[in-house]
Design a protein around this ligand. Structure first.
Ligand SMILES: Cc1ncc(COP(=O)(O)O)c(C=O)c1O
Length: 389
């Protein structure tokens, strides 16, 4: 169902110049020297959506800068999920606000497994999955995606066997949609995953942060909506789709059979999100539908543009157009730049991309590129990559 909270307007990816972006003090714009074009970390080169800016300004005017409280974020997400994904079962009483997605995931792992229990992931995957799981004292068990970036059920079963063989209560941390490949898992795939997880008594925690960012013609399927997933947990957030990582907040959601688990979440965890973050995310979900539609149209254009630019300037680079996220996973193995082409692109081309190596097995020879920028900057990025050859 289409979200009709407004009509599509100007493409937010075309609103800021490189000079304006270089004024920013966030990670994307300050990690590298000024002659480096940053197309790496998942921040978008967009202004704050108007309804979000209004909500933050009005909170500041009220002096409403205390601690977060209430269920406004959960209610806004439930309405958004019903409008965007036809999912009517996001029950507000089975939600909790958490500081951000990664800290929320760590809390979910603690709820359904013991300290030191293994966590299964589909590599190549968002590098903090490794960092946060290991920092929490847990081993990672890898179930590599197929060459096409899809979950392979046999590989996943082998990983479940390995994880359960270690004893304890293993968890499967599903990334849906998948970062970095942009894969959108289908209802059938997710149902098969849920059936397998039940069979091995593996609990599933889904990271669904990229859910609102899907390409035209693609439908996101919430994991908790598939049969068999009733005992699972999901963590969602408005932070990626509206570029609100600096306004910390996220939402943990339990399926009906996981309600008791979520009820054990220590109360102090819900003190962690920023109250301004909750206000901003809630406004985005309630009033930011038109802005999101404009963004999605801009990202569709950029995905096509990237395909054209690569075939013209870097035909040896393989890129399967992502169905979701604003990240492109580029196979640079034919360029003969070694396992870490991002290092060569940075040194010789003065462009910052994410090194595929950090994403685990399957990442060597790949780079991840951030497409959430203007077409001009994207074209300049590909030009810089091509210049190293
Ligand atoms: C899959 C995935 N999970 C989590 C995060 C980080 O979310 P947060 O900043 O809310 O922890 C990102 C950021 O890009 C991501 O891609």
């Amino acid at each position: 169902m289409k979200d009709l909270t407004g009509t599509r307007g100007v493409n937010p990816l075309r609103q800021l110049s490189l000079e304006q972006l270089r004024q920013r003090t966030s990670m994307k714009w300050t990690t590298y020297q000024d002659d480096v074009l940053p197309l790496w970390v998942a921040e978008m080169d967009v202004p704050v959506a108007e309804p979000v800016a209004r909500a933050i300004h009005s909170a500041v005017e009220r002096g409403d800068t205390g601690y977060p409280a209430g269920t406004a974020y959960g209610e806004a997400f439930a309405d958004f999920a019903a409008r965007r994904w036809d999912w009517d079962d996001l029950a507000v009483e089975r939600t909790a606000i958490v500081p951000d997605v990664m800290l929320g995931i760590v809390e979910m792992l603690k709820l359904v497994s013991g300290h030191g229990d293994p966590v299964v992931v589909n590599c190549p995957v968002y590098p903090p999955f490794y960092q946060f799981i290991r920092n929490d004292g847990r081993p990672v068990v890898e179930a590599p995606l197929t060459e096409e970036g899809r979950i392979d059920l046999t590989t996943l079963e082998v990983a479940f066997q390995k994880a359960t063989g270690r004893g304890g209560r293993p968890v499967y941390l599903l990334c849906s949609p998948h970062n970095p490949t942009g894969t959108v898992h289908t209802a059938t795939e997710l149902t098969d995953v849920a059936e397998l997880a039940r069979r091995y008594a593996v609990r599933v925690v889904a990271d669904e942060i990229h859910a609102p960012i899907v390409a035209a013609g693609t439908s996101f399927v919430p994991y908790l909506s598939v049969p068999g997933a009733e005992n699972s947990l999901s963590v969602m957030s408005a932070s990626k789709a509206w570029n609100l990582a600096g306004l910390k907040a996220a939402l943990a959601i339990a399926g009906p059979e996981a309600a008791d688990d979520l009820a054990r979440l220590p109360e102090e965890v819900s003190h962690g999100p920023s109250h301004l973050g909750v206000i901003a995310h809630t406004a985005a979900l309630r009033e930011g539908g038109a802005w999101l539609d404009s963004l999605l149209a801009g990202l569709d254009e950029n995905r096509h543009l990237l395909g054209d630019l690569l075939s013209t300037h870097l035909p040896a680079v393989r890129c399967r157009p992502g169905q979701a996220t604003y990240l492109a996973w580029l196979d640079c193995r034919k360029l003969a730049l070694g396992d870490d082409p991002a290092a060569v692109f940075l040194e010789r081309g003065r462009i910052a991309l994410n090194s595929g190596m950090a994403f685990g097995p399957g990442g060597a020879g790949f780079v991840r590129m951030n497409l959430a920028t203007s077409p001009e900057i994207l074209a300049e990025g590909v030009r810089r990559m091509a210049s190293v050859l």
